[in-house]
Design a protein around this ligand. Sequence first.
Ligand code: FES
Length: 118
Amino acid sequence: MEEVVCSKEDLNPGEMMESTFGRHSIVVCRASDGHYYAFLNRCIHQGAPLSKGKICGAPEPTDTLGEYNFDREGDILRCPWHGREFDIRNEGRMLANEKFKIKNFNVMEKNEQVIVYK
Ligand code: FES
């Protein structure tokens, strides 16, 4: 099964949009690397629609205790309800605990279209 979920021109890097794949609501994200990623539009915590959240960056620890650099702008999907953050470029894994992840889908780009497939 494959389905066009949006046009490539619909999203700039660091943007996302809601779409559908079969009967699933999904969120299509374009990360800072320019590639497209697709996830189930439902947070693993309490089910918030992730497409209503935000694409942002995250603090990265430095070698100095208590100091952080804000980094990875455009690669983190933050849930709108309680702020859990998911790594778009790492299969939707939760930053606070990589054991947990949002369901991700296979994505390919063909011509000017973004296609999700099983
Ligand atoms: S529903 Fe997403 S963090 Fe709570």
